[in-house]
Ligand binder design. Structure first.
Ligand code: MLT
Ligand code: ZN
Length: 457
């Protein structure tokens, strides 16, 4: 029996996609920068189907690329050559006390089941990303400052290994110190060690009082001081602290329809501060007092508090719309860096000096988490621009003991750059783990780890 007939036997006609248009979409990443040439996409519906397919692929050494919503930004979720494409299809959310178990087949994030609980992560890509992809990439997003990373909120998961073995680690306990906590290997390893098929996530209760302020600061040092003050003075109700610079704001206003500047004039920096709590009067009073003090001290030069749900969503749209505006502006070189907040904007300024008028250097991101999204926008991709950015951006980050991937992962883009953030000994151990779990290297090849290290180990 040939491969396709075998897959049809397991998944039925419906689960084996050969339609060119669908394959073209699945082969191309969100940024339209990476393109594979997979001739086949599989849509399993159950863990058992995933297991049978992987077992077969492993025996035939067929490479597999797991793909959720295909919203990745580092070429991690698309084939590089003709690996088998893979996509999740349907979902079965199941409610259990304070946590939620999701089967990840097609499950979108930010599910608010019966409106009493929330997903502990919220991403700009929330309309299309999927839980399996979020967990496999350890997605961060807008509320990490409040709820922490998925390494904390994922209580358990089920994963299928390359040889088809199903690992049931679907615990729902807050505390469990029995042996190695293996689930963490699958959170953030970008599908290179196994396919996550079920997840149990701690879901915080949905709180009734949410406030959002859109503020302006004249310099980066003020944004940074404002963050320290917000942590001190807003304490437990602080749920987001995001920033964008004037170049990001200009792009959003130019390229996204229907958005207008909430403030009356342009400023050098913008900060969004969100609070989430359980008592409207107390939370508002706290936020208003904080804003008054920040204005008196000159940290904030202008600002507005969202008055209703429409204003709230338009303020968020400005911040969340930056990636889309960048895409509309032309070619974009994307860097997602963790840096000590006091160093972050120095890099942006140095990059502007290096590039001069050749490109527009844009900065935004999760300031509250020390995560800078440094984006360089240009009319088209050129070797001359790239050579001014790389390896400088990685060397600078490494010199300041930052991370070259705060939340987007390494994917194909940065697989061979891992040494800027991890020691040779750590990379070697990672390669040995990969070899142990996926000896035929069928899972998401060419991603995460450098091929040179994998072929040596
Ligand atoms: C964001 O924070 O908007 C996302 O990580 C996407 C991006 O960095 O462009
Ligand atoms: Zn981000």
């Amino acid at each position: 029996m040939d491969d396709i007939s075998y897959f049809k036997k397991i998944l039925g006609e419906r689960g084996v996609v050969q339609d060119e248009e669908k394959l073209d979409d699945a082969n191309t990443d969100w940024m339209r920068k990476y393109k594979g040439s997979s001739k086949l996409m599989l849509q399993p519906r159950t863990t058992e189907e995933v297991s049978q397919i992987l077992k077969y692929c492993n025996s035939r050494c067929l490479a597999v690329v797991p793909q959720g919503g295909n919203t990745g930004l580092v070429g991690g979720s698309v084939p590089v050559f003709d690996e088998l494409g893979w996509i999740y299809l349907f979902h079965i959310p199941k409610f259990l006390h304070f946590m939620c178990i999701f089967s990840i087949f097609g499950c979108h994030c930010r599910i608010c089941f019966w409106c009493r609980f929330i997903m502990p992560l919220d991403l700009g890509a929330k309309g299309s990303c999927q839980i399996g992809g979020n967990v496999s990439t350890n997605a961060g997003g807008l509320r990490l400052i409040r709820y922490g990373s998925l390494h904390g909120s994922v209580l358990g998961l089920e994963a299928v290994l390359a040889n088809g073995t199903v690992l049931d680690m679907l615990a729902s306990l807050r505390k469990d110190n029995t042996g190695y906590d293996l689930k963490h290997l699958f959170i953030g390893s970008e599908g290179s060690l196994g396919i996550v098929t079920k997840v149990s996530i701690l879901t915080p209760p949905k709180l009734s009082s949410v406030n959002l302020a859109f503020l302006a600061c004249e310099d980066y040092a003020s944004c940074q001081k404002l963050l320290l003050e917000a942590k001190r003075k807003l304490g437990e109700i602080l749920s987001a602290f995001e920033f964008l610079d004037v170049n990001a704001m200009n792009l959003v206003l130019k390229h996204l329809d229907g958005l207008r500047d909430p403030l009356s004039s342009m400023h050098n920096f913008y900060v969004l501060i969100e609070t989430t709590g359980s008592m409207e009067s107390h939370d508002k009073e706290k936020l208003e007092a904080f804003l008054l003090q920040s204005m008196d001290s000159g940290l904030v030069t202008d600002g507005v508090l969202a008055q209703d749900i429409n204003q709230t969503s338009s303020f968020w749209h400005i911040r969340e719309g930056v990636p889309e505006a960048l895409m509309k502006a032309g070619a974009v070189y994307k860097y997602d860096l963790s840096l000590p907040p006091e160093k972050m904007y120095e890099l942006v300024e140095e990059m502007r000096t290096r590039l001069g008028s050749a490109a527009n250097v844009v900065a935004y991101g999760h300031l509250g988490d020390g995560n800078l999204h440094l984006n360089i926008s240009a009319p088209q991709y050129t070797d001359s621009i790239l050579s001014k950015i790389e390896p400088f951006v990685y060397e600078w980050t490494s010199k300041h003991r930052g991370s070259i991937s705060a939340e987007h992962g390494l994917g194909l883009m940065k697989a061979d750059k891992i040494h800027y953030s991890k020691s040779p000994e750590s990379v070697q151990l990672m390669a040995e783990i990969k070899k142990l779990i996926d000896p035929n290297r069928i899972l998401n090849p060419y991603k995460v780890l450098p091929s040179s290290v994998l072929s040596q180990s």
